[in-house]
Design a protein around this ligand. Structure first.
Ligand code: PMP
Length: 404
């Protein structure tokens, strides 16, 4: 067999199928403009143009906050661009230690550990913890992120999937499992494609009843909820009941990287065995310094969080007043259903080309087929005029679909 030719044939067949199903991913070229968030520059076929972005995960605009930019610039001047080694091989600076201490304190946990991304944090921590004891069973919400699923699959643990946020279903699975088996319940707080929020206390009640460890992904909540922005666990007073909290530095914090926080022995164990930590270069010092500055700012800036909540409510009210469809979101993430991959992509394209508004179309496999949607994210910086412009454009595009 000519492997090269056979593989190339396979690739072009697969790419052709993605195109014909409307699922081929184009990366839209967008440029952030410091001081102007959420205005970006779109580099499209007709040249560069300023647009309003409604699908950024830089939920608080911290990526271009002056204190964060300054911290990154100072660290690059003082320490250079890269860590130059894994954590174990000359890659751990005092900045890394300071950020881990800050994260632990933020989440009210004894220890925290940085990773190259939130994806890696979930993959490495879950695969390490789920392989630690023989006969482990993991219970996973059906909407858990791909990185958690990846971590579970890389472990020998038996996986049970409960219907999204359906605690009766989760309890029936827990009840049916071997009472002697070690168990982990893995879930998110804010679900990024639905905008809904898990009932943390009820999940912890079940975990206590069945002797399970709790693992919570707060990726879409850190920075945004709770008195100091530590997430939904802080907001709901549930942090002490969660064994492992996983988060990202790339969304609310606006920079890059991921982490876990939890009991010292658990975190130290992951640090000592997880391949996704041990065999990869540490986060760059400017990234770490920027994240540290961002978190210190966020913890003290409750008005920014209040403004986010107010803007999210304003966005939902404006969509409702215009009779536009949306999912029942309880967060800053507001999905607008546009079923069909082609239709969803066509709507997003028209929003960009005709109205200079960027919204991301979400297709299978991120969401089930037939539930395609535009994922809108409110931020404190989307003003009334931007909301009005979005609603006007959506109303026009959704009601008068042009041929794609
Ligand atoms: N968990 C969830 C729920 C996510 O949505 C994502 C990223 N979209 C991640 C983890 C991974 O985080 P990161 O982008 O930092 O890799």
């Amino acid at each position: 067999m000519n492997t090269r030719q056979t593989l190339l044939d396979h690739c072009s067949r697969h790419l052709g199928a993605l195109r014909s199903e409307g699922r081929y991913r184009d990366f839209t070229r967008l440029e952030k403009i410091a001081g102007r968030f959420p205005t970006y520059r779109w580099h499209g076929p007709g040249g560069a143009r300023e647009i309003t972005v409604w699908s950024a995960n830089d939920y608080l605009g911290m990526g271009t906050h002056p204190a964060v930019q300054r911290a990154a610039a100072e660290a690059v001047a003082a320490h250079g661009a890269g860590a130059g080694g894994t954590r174990n091989i000359s890659g751990t600076s005092p900045l890394h230690a300071a950020l881990e201490a800050e994260l632990a304190g933020w989440h009210g946990k004894p220890a925290a550990l940085l990773f190259g991304s939130g994806y890696l944090a979930n993959q490495a921590a879950l695969s390490a913890l789920l392989a630690a004891l023989p006969g482990m069973e993991v219970f996973s919400d059906a909407m858990n992120h791909a990185s958690m699923i990846d971590g579970m699959r890389r472990s020998p643990a038996r996986r049970h999937i409960w219907r999204h946020n359906d605690l009766d279903h989760l309890e029936s699975l827990l009840r049916a499992a071997d009472p002697a088996a070690p168990k982990v319940i893995a879930f998110e707080s804010v679900y990024s494609m639905e905008g809904d929020i898990a009932p943390l206390h009820a999940l912890c009640d079940l975990a206590e009843k069945y002797g399970a460890l709790t693992y919570l992904d707060e990726v879409h909540a850190v920075g945004l909820y709770g008195a100091e922005g530590a997430g939904i666990a802080e907001r709901d007073g549930a942090a002490a009941r969660i064994d492992v909290i996983e988060g990202t530095l790339a969304k609310g914090v606006g920079v890059f990287g991921g982490y876990i926080a939890g009991e010292a022995e658990l975190v130290d164990y992951v640090r000592s065995v997880a391949g996704g930590l041990i065999f990869t270069t540490a986060l760059p010092p400017p990234t770490v310094a920027a994240a540290l500055a961002s978190i210190r700012h966020i913890r003290a800036d409750a008005p920014l969080r209040a403004r986010l909540a107010e803007r999210a409510a304003a966005l939902k009210a404006a969509l409702d007043a215009a009779g536009l469809p949306r999912l029942d979101s309880h967060s800053h993430i507001v999905p607008v259903p546009v079923p069909g991959a082609d239709a969803c992509r066509a709507v997003a394209r028209r929003m960009l080309e005709e109205f200079s508004i960027y919204v991301t179309p979400i297709n299978y496999p991120t969401v089930p087929r037939g539930t395609e949607r535009l994922r809108l994210c409110a931020t404190p910086f989307h003003d009334d005029a931007m909301i009005a412009g979005l609603v006007r454009a959506l109303g026009e595009v959704l009601r008068m679909p042009k041929a794609a």
